[in-house]
Design a protein around this ligand. Sequence first.
Ligand SMILES: NC(=O)c1ccc[n+]([C@@H]2O[C@H](COP(=O)([O-])OP(=O)(O)OC[C@H]3O[C@@H](n4cnc5c(N)ncnc54)[C@H](O)[C@@H]3O)[C@@H](O)[C@H]2O)c1
Length: 304
Amino acid sequence: MKILVTGGAGYKGTVLTRKLLEQGYDVTLLDNFMYGYEPVMHLANNPKLTIIKHDIRNGIPDMAKYDVIFHLAGISGFPACASNPHSAQLINVEAIRLIARDLSHGQMLINASTTSMYGKSGMPCNEETAVDPVSTYAQTKLAAEEILHDRENVVSLRFATVFGFSTRMRMDLMINDFVYKAVKERVIVLFDSFAKRTFIHVEDAADCYIFTMKNFDRMRSNVFNAGGNNLNFSKEEIAQKIKNKVDFSIINSEVKDKDLRHFIVNFDKIAGLGFKPARTVEDGIDELLRIYSFYEYYSHFRTI
Ligand SMILES: NC(=O)c1ccc[n+]([C@@H]2O[C@H](COP(=O)([O-])OP(=O)(O)OC[C@H]3O[C@@H](n4cnc5c(N)ncnc54)[C@H](O)[C@@H]3O)[C@@H](O)[C@H]2O)c1
């Protein structure tokens, strides 16, 4: 089976590629390496890995030769899309049109989508809940889902916010950011501390992609929330979990957060098929506390 991971040099893509190689698959990693080559250097010597430097805005070269395409390449997250809306449209939406055009009947496409499209209601949301994309990021990810909607050989996974260690570290993600601030700055300022989000460890996210590939016939032509019911927490609750392990101050700001997201996500649909995340937020905090003992290194990756 020939597998392509677009965005394979990214935060989730590096972990997914490593796991696929560990399980013996032939993998092609496609990326434009906008965050450099360092995240994939530990994989480059694997004879089962092919690395292609390519811009997804031009579609996927020789796309017909892949049995499975994990599509992760994109401009990911609220801050990156807010500062580059034009690129977000081209990369997150227009590139999907090319992929959808070239996708053949026998291929599997697993699309990286997001729970961010559930908006700001604060209410429990499942896959049937009306979406409310309140950011450029969520709008582009919803547009991508809609382009793929009718295809019988596509699964869109609406991921929770990911946390934990990857060789392409993302410091803008909430738990990764909060733990860094607790360790380095000894203070976290909370905006809209009540706001609820949902989380998944990066290793579980990669396992969820592979679960989807292995259960594709049960999941095809469908959208799934990807996470766990036990991983919905407010910002305040996340900060307190970190405070249980390291001493720092929490300041509640009166200023409203520009990021309006506030929702509780239900994951029964994917749990019903047998996928549940194995790692807790506490596991992730412990891991981040270990890696941030080299915080001078991680300070280079801070974008917010
Ligand atoms: N991390 C999360 O919390 C999260 C949650 C839900 C969904 N997602 C989605 O999962 C996917 C991967 O997210 P991530 O956290 O790994 O982000 P990331 O930014 O670390 O990875 C994205 C990768 O895409 C590559 N890329 C960007 N533009 C490209 C282009 N024009 N051509 C080729 N490659 C390009 C980047 O170089 C990067 O390696 C994204 O589609 C994102 O929207 C992420």
